[in-house]
Each structure stands twice: as C-alpha cells, then as structure tokens.
Design a protein around this ligand. Sequence first.
Ligand code: PA5
Ligand code: NI
Length: 189
Amino acid sequence: MNDTAGHLEPFGVDIDLLTGAMKDPDSYKCTVASTMIPYYADTEAIKRLVETQDDPVHYEVFEKDVPEAEGHIRICISKLLPGKVGEEFFMTKGHYHTVLETAETYLCIAGEGFLLMKTTDGRCLWEPFRPGRLVYCPSSWAHRSINTGPAPLVSLCHYPANAGHNYGDIVKEGFPKRCFDRSGTPVFQ
Ligand code: PA5
Ligand code: NI
C-alpha cells in the first residue's frame, strides 16, 4: 500500500452496509469475555458467563492499517455481540484517546444501543445508535459502546491515526453510568 518513497497510496475498502462486514481487513482484534471481568458491576455473573460458555467472543474490531501518525485517518469496524451480564447490557471496555485532542465518529450500520461518553471532570452523556445514525465523539471524551438489542451492534469508526487508546484510566475510574435492562427498557444508572 506504500509507494517507493514510503507514502501511503490511495485505497478503497468494501463494507457490507447491511451487516457491516469489512472485506480484507489488515488487522483483527478479538476481545473475549474473560478480559471483561473488571468492567461489569456483577463480577460473579461475568465469571459464570466465561465458565459456562467457554470464554466466548464479546466483540471484534476489523481495521485498515495506516501509519499511526498525525494526518492519517484510521478506519475500523466495531462489532459488539448482544447479551447481558446479570441485567447489564454487553459493552466494550471503553477508552480515552492517548492524545486527548482527537475526536472520533461512529456510524451505526446495524443493531441498536448507545455510545456512552464521559469527560475527566465527570460529565457523562450518551447518544443512541441505530442504523444510519452517526455519533460524533468530541476530543477529550472517553467512549464505550453498549448493545441493547438482540443482534450485533456494528459501527464504522474514523479517528486520527495518532490517537492511541488509553484503557488504564477506565479500568481505574469506570464510567459514572451503567446501562441495565429494567423490565425490557434500557436504563442508565
Ligand atoms: O476506536 C474506537 O473507539 C473503536 O474502534 C473501539 O476501539 C472499539 O469499539 C472497541 O472498543 P475498545 O477499544 O474500547 O475495546
Ligand atoms: Ni476511540
């Protein structure tokens, strides 16, 4: 994908707009349930899920490789499976960008749920996901996807390629709100 001088050449990527499948991704990251143990409110319930279902896949990320440098844009598909841990809906780990001054867009292709976002000074907001809805996550806001539906939640994300992922602060701080299924309705508490 580089020319002889090492510059990135133009390229295209095929994305199935019904399923969100990315054709020929350059990289693939699979997150299994056992790595999610610190994140859910009900630790026993997530441990049970890991043991009884043989540590199932929780979510997957498919990406195109571009240099992780300023001026480049990273393209990825995030696919979060449906389910609950106790009454808490399945979610991603969530992260700040290491370079805080970097925003991100999420275009929901399939499924339903929310992008939960928070700032370092405790503001917490969420935006719904439904197919065709684009959510803009401004710079400095940590973000986590939550799947409240019966099918995979699939989003196409774009962010500056130098952004980086800071997971450590979320493990320490969590988010001020969680999303629970209360008699069939998603409720943030
Ligand atoms: O770049 C993003 O924000 C997304 O592609 C996420 O990385 C993806 O949804 C997986 O979430 P996390 O990185 O919090 O594990
Ligand atoms: Ni991000």
